[in-house]
Design a protein around this ligand. Structure first.
Ligand code: IPD
Length: 290
């Protein structure tokens, strides 16, 4: 079954609706589970609310798991029969040509845990591993970023104002503000640090916000000129990379069958500096899997 333009727009509207509702849930539950307390008090009050995944520094909270269940329930009602791949509960590849939803209930879980206001709900719709629609809801900022393939990218503010997104017209990579991020394993971090050490002197500055989905939306909205990271999972980039692409950024994503273990590159970069920024990455070893 071919997914046409109108279908992709409708998928993006569904993603917006559910991401906004889920973001509200995340905000409400953060206050209920963790309050405004500092780390010590929070840890003492609710040790059962946080556990770890791939490494001791890779957290998952009760709010991650319950928010993914919330999103899955909403999708089952609005899109019965579609496959779902989620960060916390996994999922399959989906049938050829059919829609698969790719869900990160909280991208930026470490920020969520510490109360750093940069975490988001990310919901992408893919067909054969290619993103065709998606939304990223900034929980604290209240903006929902969205796109459909061929339909452009937009930001919907908390007050309902909608604006089209365009990546920056920057022409000199030496003036680029570059967002990046790091995996949870020590070995990958060593390799990522080595690449970054070579990129840093060649650009304006770097930012490590802590949410790849929001980093990609920052490129889309002109708050950063590039974002790159190796080893992201599909749920980190499925929506945000499409939003950056539809805002005019040059985008590279891991292949449809890739997973985070491959250490493949995800890149979104303002179009007029793309070729030269990719050369900077190549010189730093950043086009290889890390
Ligand atoms: C993480 C964030 C972070 C990135 C990590 C991701 P999570 O996602 O996107 O910015 O650097 O690689 O794993 O764990 O908070 O959903």
């Amino acid at each position: 079954m071919e997914i046409v333009h109108q279908d992709r727009w409708e998928l993006s509207e569904i993603a917006v609706t559910i991401a906004r509702e889920a973001a509200q849930h995340v905000a409400t539950r953060r206050a209920e589970v963790f309050g405004d307390n500092a780390f010590d008090e929070r840890g003492d009050d609710s040790p059962e609310a946080v556990s770890t995944k791939s490494t001791p520094t890779d957290p998952v909270t009760v709010v991650d798991t319950e928010t993914e269940r919330f999103v899955r329930d909403r999708l089952a009602r609005l899109r019965p029969g579609d496959t779902v791949l989620g960060e916390e509960y996994g999922g399959g590849a989906g049938a050829p040509g059919a829609v698969r939803w790719v869900v990160d209930p909280i991208d930026g879980t470490v920020n969520f845990l510490y109360g750093v206001p940069a975490y988001a709900v990310s919901i992408g719709a893919q067909v054969d591993g290619v993103s065709v629609a998606g939304a990223v809801a900034d929980v604290v900022g209240g903006t929902v970023y969205a796109a459909s393939l061929g339909g452009g990218a937009r930001a919907i503010s908390a007050d309902g104002t909608v604006r089209r997104l365009r990546a920056n017209p920057i022409t000199d990579p030496a003036l680029a503000l570059v967002a990046t991020g790091f995996g949870y394993s020590r070995q990958r971090r060593e390799r990522q640090g080595a690449v970054l050490a070579q990129v840093l002197p060649q650009v304006r500055d770097v930012r490590r916000i802590g949410s790849a989905a929001l980093d990609l939306c920052m490129v889309a909205s002109g708050r950063a000129d590039a974002h790159f990271e190796h080893g992201l999972s599909p749920w980190d980039w499925a929506a945000g990379a499409l939003i950056a692409q539809e805002a005019g950024a040059t985008v590279i994503v891991p292949g449809p069958d890739s997973n985070s273990d491959d250490g493949a590159l995800t890149l979104a970069v303002a179009p007029a500096i793309a070729d030269r920024f990719i050369e900077i990455l190549r010189g730093a070893g950043g086009l290889e899997n890390l």
